[in-house]
Design a protein around this ligand. Structure first.
Ligand code: ADP
Ligand code: MG
Length: 323
């Protein structure tokens, strides 16, 4: 459906998007997740033909966004971070204007307007001035304009930013509904949000793709960063032997603090970290080796996210990597 290859965007010598490649398949809800400044909006602006790229290609159903922008744009509806709403118009006037700009007219325009009003549930405010609407309703009007022209792909940049908790729930429900009939790509800097709505998550940091997976696999990544730190009165070879009896032959680190005293870190690739603690405790005590300190660490998904997005210290923010 959408193929992005080696996409790069420089603002002067600042590289906002750095060699981004990924594929979006039809019929799923995708999330761009990344801290502020990661390059999410820049990527979306390029994908939707609103911004030029420094390098790379974007193809929508085979149409190159730079070479056949009209064809490609027809396939996408876009809600930018700052929706271009005209405050002194009513939703109806605004949708007529946007629909006409998308080449709709007459009966078809009227019919589509009714459809998108229905889908986004803005019927009750259709004749009020946009400036008088709540942020939640303004966002719905923004989504309604993206839906005009019946695009296959809906791209929503930070659709829930600035909304109150009830509005957030409503907009998320609306996005899930849209996901049943469209390919949806949304961006967010909030992990739980992307987890709640998206089937596939692209984690973007400093303009690069650092992970692309289903939320449940990111969850596994979280589990794999669980671990236990303990200190035991034993020699390295005795410790290795005991760990071996528990089936732990890799994924641990030994650190000899002094002769006969070891600090050990064991990975616990499970959510039941306590049961691993218990096994370690009894295995060592059976061999008369005293554990004198023990602490378990359960990572949360935020930890994984921070690790993924801040882990790359080789590049300072904005620094351009030299080949
Ligand atoms: P995100 O949407 O993930 O928060 P953006 O794509 O808006 O990130 O921005 C990525 C980086 O590019 C940021 O560091 C931002 O300051 C920079 N940037 C965005 N637009 C411009 C611009 N027009 N000129 C210069 N730098 C920009
Ligand atoms: Mg943004």
């Amino acid at each position: 459906m959408i193929t992005v290859e080696h996409l790069t965007k420089c603002y002067g010598d600042f590289m906002a998007v750095n060699d981004l490649s990924f594929q979006i398949e039809e019929g799923h809800v995708y999330g761009f997740l990344g801290p502020n400044g990661a390059g999410k909006s820049t990527t979306m602006n390029i994908m939707t033909g609103c911004l030029s790229a420094t390098d790379g290609t974007v193809r929508i159903n085979g149409c190159d966004i730079f070479e056949e922008p009209r064809m490609a744009k027809k396939l996408m509806g876009y809600l930018p971070e700052q929706p271009p709403l005209y405050m002194n118009e009513t939703p109806i006037e605004y949708l007529k204007f946007v629909g006409a700009a998308k080449g709709l007219k007459g009966k078809e325009l009227a019919q589509q307007i009714e459809e998108v009003i229905d889908q986004t549930k803005i019927g009750s405010v259709r004749n009020k001035l946009i400036l008088a609407l709540s942020k939640g309703y303004k966002q719905r009007v923004g989504i309604a304009q993206a839906l005009l022209g019946n695009p296959k792909v809906i791209i929503l940049d930070e659709p829930t930013v600035g909304l109150d908790p009830i509005q957030i729930i409503e907009i998320r429900d609306l996005i899930r509904q849209l996901g049943k009939s469209h390919t949806v790509i949304l961006s967010s800097h909030i992990l739980s949000e992307v987890q709640a709505i998206c089937e596939k998550v692209l984690i973007i940091a400093k303009g690069r793709l650092v992970a692309f997976d289903a939320p449940e696999n990111l969850e596994k990544l979280r589990q794999s960063s669980n671990g236990i730190d303990f200190t035991v009165e034993a020699l390295p070879e005795e410790t290795e032997e005991i760990l071996e009896t528990l089936g732990i032959s890799e994924g641990y680190e030994l650190n000899e603090v002094e002769t006969g005293l070891l600090k050990i870190h064991v990975k616990a690739d499970t959510d039941d970290v306590r049961s691993v603690c218990r096994q370690l405790f009894f295995a060592f005590s059976e061999k008369q080796k005293a554990i004198v300190e023990m602490a378990s660490k359960k990572a949360n998904l935020e930890d994984v996210f921070i690790e993924l997005t801040e882990g790359d210290d080789s590049l300072e923010e904005g620094e351009v990597e030299k080949e």
